[in-house]
Write a protein that binds this ligand. Sequence first.
Ligand code: DGL
Length: 273
Amino acid sequence: MTDKTAPIGIFDSGVGGLTVFREIMSQIPGERIVYFGDTARVPYGSKSPETVARYAGQIVRFLESKKVKAIVVACNTASALAMAEIEKKYDIPMIEVIKPGARVAAETTANGRIGVIATEATIRSNIYTRYIKNLNETLTITGRACPLFVPLVEEGLLNDTVTDEVARRYLTGLIDIDIDTLILGCTHYPLIRETIARIMGERVKLVNPAYETARELKALLMTNNLLNDRETNLSDGQYHLYVSDGAEKFKQFADSIIKYGILTTRTINIEDY
Ligand code: DGL
C-alpha cells in the first residue's frame, strides 16, 4: 500500500508549474512535493506530440523513482499531448490541468464567449474547445497561441515593456470579439497575469486552472485514501526541486514564488530515465 506521507510529484517544462505548486501548497499544506522542471528542453509548446509524450514518460519514470504517491501534470501542453498515453502506461493516480480550467470557464462565462490563450501545441490540439463543448455546446471558444510568453517568463521579464508590447499584439484580436472569460491555458501565464488583466480590461474574467486543479488533487488523494493526515516532521525536506539544467537560476526564480520551505534544487540527467 502506498505511504500517505509519500510526496506528490509535479512537473512542467520549466517554471510555469510553480503556479500550480503554489496553489497545492496553500490548499494542502501537509503534503511533501517533488517538482521537476524540464529547463533543458523548454519550450514544449513548439514540439511534436511524439516528442512531448517521450519527455513526459521520462519525467513520470523519474518521479516514480522518488516514490511519489500521485502526479500532477502542471503543464497544459503535456496534458494535451501526452496525458492519454502516460495515464494508460503508468499505474499511479494522475491529474492534469485542462479539464479543471475548462469546467471553471464554462461556469464563469455570462455571454457565452470564451477565449483561450496557450502554447501553439495546446491550441492546435483543440482540446479546450472539445472539453468546453462537451460541457455546453452552445458556448463559443476562440483560441490564440502566444508562443513568446513562455520564453519571456522563463527569462523573468514579468513586468517589462517588452512583455507588455507582445501581450498587446496577441490579445487585441480577443478584445475585438468581445469575450467575457479568458483561460490562462499555459501554467506560465499566471506569472504575467497583471499584464494580461490590464490589457483585457475589467470586463474579462481570467481563469487560472491552478486553483481548481489543487482542489481536484485533494479530492483524488481523499478518494484513494492518500491524503497525508498524519503528524510528520515536514521541516525534514518538505519541498524538493529538480531540473534538467540551470539549478541555481531556477532556485532563485522558485524562491520568489514559493516563499518558504525549498530545501534543495538539483540538476539531473532526465535522458537517463
Ligand atoms: N507551461 C506549459 C504549459 O502549460 C508549457 C509551456 C512550454 O514549454 O511551451 O503549456
